[in-house]
Structure formats: structure tokens, C-alpha cells
Design a protein around this ligand. Structure first.
Ligand SMILES: Nc1nc2c(ncn2[C@@H]2O[C@H](COP(=O)(O)OP(=O)(O)OP(=O)(O)O)[C@@H](O)[C@H]2O)c(=O)[nH]1
Ligand SMILES: [Mg+2]
Length: 217
């Protein structure tokens, strides 16, 4: 068996171990509005970033199998703080405010987006950022800007496609391949792209395994 960047390859054991960890209790720890309000960097963290409404909060809920842990909503700009959740007392999952959203007051938007940026640049225990992209839309200009910033800050990130249930499997494969191609030369990008559906569960076992692996390294 060879590993190709298109197909995340984890053996059954890794998938099962990740499933067990994510089935353990996940609790809300805190919402921080300032960098100095964050807890000490004493546990590995993975963060979920991406455009407003792309499905960050929903994905966290789906990964841990709890519908109401992170607040998901139809209303873009729902998550305005850096929200931290602790899984099994060993990994922190971090829900970041979304970008590319213009409806809130300009200053407020700027404030919470700056906080997201500061978090991404300045968190020593941040193991990986999951940059979420709506599978229906693929990478947009505003996403490229986020990727530029992550590359510049040398923060390791991996692209996760969301809402795959809204597309046919062949279309999901096509967007996945296009995305892999688009990030190939980006220095801080992880080469595997995971297509997920928080609604239907597709891709979640692989993503759980990716997160466990990222936290071990
Ligand atoms: N069909 C489908 N809808 C989804 C999926 N994930 C999220 N959604 C919907 O997309 C909308 C936004 O989801 P959220 O999880 O709140 O998005 P967010 O990225 O946290 O948004 P902000 O906090 O505003 O940045 C909600 O109406 C969700 O129900 C999915 O996998 N499939
Ligand atoms: Mg949210």
C-alpha cells in the first residue's frame, strides 16, 4: 500500500484510536476576547479557521459527537471570540471567529478578526490549523489571503472541505483534486485535503486521526 496525497491513509488501528479519544468527554473551557485572556499553553491545540458560515463550529460539534458544544448558526459572524474546548483533558479544540464577513459593525469585525490573527501567529502550543473551505465554492480570494498569512507566519495548516453532502461524490473528488493542486507550492500547507460533512459524517474518522497525529508531533 502506498500513500498518495489525495487519499488520507490511516490504518484501522489509528482510526479506531482516534474514534475512542473523540468519544471521550469534550467540555467548553472558555471564550477569550484578548490574547492575554487565553489559558497557559500547556496542552496541544488545534484550531479551526475559515470564512464566516463555512461550518467551523458545526465541524467541532460533529467531531466530538455533541450537537450543542460549539454554537453553530445560520447567521454569519456567530463566533466572535476564540472559544476553547477540551477533549479528554488532553487536546484543546479552538473555534476561531470567521473572516470575510462584512455585516457586523466594522470595528467589532476588525476586533475579532485581529484576535483570530493574533492567536494564529502567537500561540506556541498550536499544533495545526484546519482551514475550512466550503466544498461548493473551493478556494476564494479571501481564503488565499488567509493562506498567505499562515504561510508567512509558518503556521502548519491543513485544508478541510466542508458541506460535502451538498455535492455529488464526483464533484467532491474534483474540488479535492483542484484544492490539492492549488496548495502544492504553499510552504506551510499540509498536502492532504480532507472532504467532510458535519451533517452526514463523511470524512470525520480521517480528520479525527489527522488531529491525533498532529497533536503527537
Ligand atoms: N449541509 C450542511 N450544512 C452545514 C454543514 N456544516 C455546517 N452547516 C451549516 O452551515 C451554517 C454555518 O455553520 P457554522 O458551524 O455556524 O459556521 P461557522 O464557520 O462556525 O460560522 P461563524 O461562527 O459565523 O464564523 C449552519 O447553518 C450549519 O447548519 C455540513 O456539513 N452540511
Ligand atoms: Mg462559528
Amino acid at each position: 500500500m502506498t500513500e498518495t496525497p489525495e487519499k488520507p491513509l490511516f490504518d484501522d488501528e489509528a482510526i479506531e484510536a482516534a474514534r475512542i479519544t473523540f468519544a471521550r468527554p469534550a467540555v467548553f473551557m472558555m471564550g477569550a476576547v484578548k490574547m492575554d485572556g487565553l489559558p497557559p499553553p500547556d496542552l496541544p491545540e488545534v484550531a479551526f479557521a475559515g470564512r464566516s458560515n463555512v461550518g467551523k463550529s458545526s465541524l467541532i460539534n460533529a467531531l466530538v459527537g455533541q450537537n450543542h458544544l460549539a454554537r453553530a448558526s445560520n447567521e454569519p459572524g456567530r463566533t466572535r471570540e476564540v472559544n476553547l474546548f477540551v477533549l479528554d483533558e488532553q487536546i484543546r479544540l479552538v473555534d476561531l471567529p470567521g473572516y470575510g464577513f462584512a455585516k457586523a459593525s466594522k470595528t467589532a469585525t476588525k476586533d475579532f478578526q485581529n484576535l483570530g490573527r493574533a492567536y494564529l501567529r502567537g500561540r506556541p502550543n498550536l499544533k495545526r490549523v484546519y482551514l475550512l473551505i466550503d466544498a461548493r465554492h473551493g478556494l476564494k480570494k479571501v481564503d488565499d489571503e488567509a493562506l498567505d498569512a499562515l504561510d508567512l507566519a509558518a503556521v502548519s495548516y491543513q485544508i478541510v472541505l466542508t458541506k460535502a453532502d451538498k455535492l455529488k461524490p464526483a464533484e467532491v473528488d474534483k474540488v479535492t483534486a483542484q484544492t490539492i493542486k492549488a496548495i502544492a507550492r504553499r510552504p506551510a500547507a499540509f498536502p492532504r485535503v480532507v472532504a467532510t460533512s458535519s451533517e452526514k459524517g463523511a470524512g470525520l474518522p480521517q480528520l479525527r486521526a489527522e488531529i491525533i497525529l498532529a497533536c503527537k508531533t
